[in-house]
Design a protein around this ligand. Structure first.
Ligand SMILES: Cc1ncc(COP(=O)(O)O)c(C=O)c1O
Length: 316
């Protein structure tokens, strides 16, 4: 195999729910996850009926791909269907962009680090280096993971903008020249396990990306779920946004200084962040720890109150 660079670090999943339950001495269903940046419950269109027709034809390939889904995504994104590239989640499209734009000997630039680790991983897997000079492509995350910040669209080109959380921010780089935007059904649409994402680019770039990808990157079940999601209308994120504001206020009342967020999570700088993570784990509450902060997914008000209570106890 082609060797990976010595600095290569594979994607690190946080602890499994079963392991968190074992540590806390509770049942797995009692564990509350504040680390995945996904909605607290499945959406109403995630029903057996939604995938029933796909099941009846499961023995066949979906010859011709997913034209209905592509049309629906194009209408939702406000672009032509020739501008859409489907993928198995945003991750698949990040990997596709990295290997399409970069290869051995090239440099890829990743802005605003630390950020979503897959930009680096995808670049390294493509054989490229990550650095600042003479980059063949630049990756940026907007809104930014992990801080939730929404900066201006960087001027670098070609630019890949990861908009996994764009629905919460109400802003997009779609339509800007030289920009590939990556979106997902995993966050505001609530379909993380179905693994559906898409890239939006100019028609020529989209065509170049398509020939470099897996011939059939998503399943008929995933396509049916994503189509049902779009037919239900744009995702309603207002409850999450209201709860994000309430949670931030409550964190401030506890003496924390959460960063302003344009996503469905809040970045809370704190001393001894890893110790706090361990303490919260004892309560069956899983947050995402960083060096000097924890990132908290906005959950239901009840779940958030449980987290706040445990944080207050840990802070004493
Ligand atoms: C910035 C960012 N991009 C991509 C992803 C992965 O999205 P998907 O589930 O569509 O692969 C995540 C997941 O947390 C993310 O935070």
């Amino acid at each position: 195999m082609r060797a990976l660079p010595p600095s290569f670090t594979p994607y690190g999943w946080t602890m499994s729910t079963a392991e968190a339950a074992r540590i806390a001495g509770v049942e797995p269903w009692e564990v509350l996850r504040f680390d995945g940046n996904t909605p607290p419950s499945p959406p109403p269109y995630a029903r057996p009926e939604t995938v029933a027709a796909a099941l009846e034809e499961v023995q066949r390939y979906p010859h011709g791909g997913f034209p209905t889904l592509l049309d629906a995504i194009a209408a939702y994104a406000g672009v032509g269907v020739e501008q859409i590239v489907l993928g198995a989640g945003a991750d698949d499209l990040i990997l596709l962009c990295a290997r399409s734009f970069a290869g051995p000997g090239d440099t890829v630039r990743v802005l605003d680090e630390p950020t979503y680790p897959l930009f680096r991983i995808a670049s390294w897997l493509a054989g490229a280096e990550v650095g600042d000079d003479d980059a063949v492509v630049t990756f940026c995350c907007r809104p930014h993971n992990p801080t939730g910040a929404l900066g201006p669209v960087p001027g670098a080109r070609p630019l890949v903008v990861d908009e996994a959380y764009s629905e919460y921010a109400g802003d997009t780089a779609v339509g800007l020249g030289g920009v590939v935007v990556i979106r997902t059904f995993s966050k505001a649409f609530g379909l993380a396990a179905a693994r559906v994402g898409y890239a939006v680019a100019d028609a020529d770039t989209a065509a170049e990306l398509r020939v470099r990808q897996d011939p059939l990157p998503i399943t008929t079940f995933s396509a049916a779920l994503a189509l049902a999601a779009l037919r239900a209308g744009p995702p309603d994120v207002h409850e999450t946004i209201e709860e994000r504001a309430r949670l931030a206020d409550r964190l401030r009342a506890l003496g924390h200084e959460p960063l302003p967020s344009h996503a469905n999570f809040i970045y809370v700088p704190m001393d001894k962040a890893r110790e706090r993570y361990q303490q919260l784990l004892q309560h069956g509450l899983v947050v995402r720890p960083f060096e000097d902060a924890v990132r908290i997914t906005v959950h239901t008000p009840e779940a958030n109150e449980r987290l706040l209570l445990a944080l207050e106890q840990a802070d004493r």
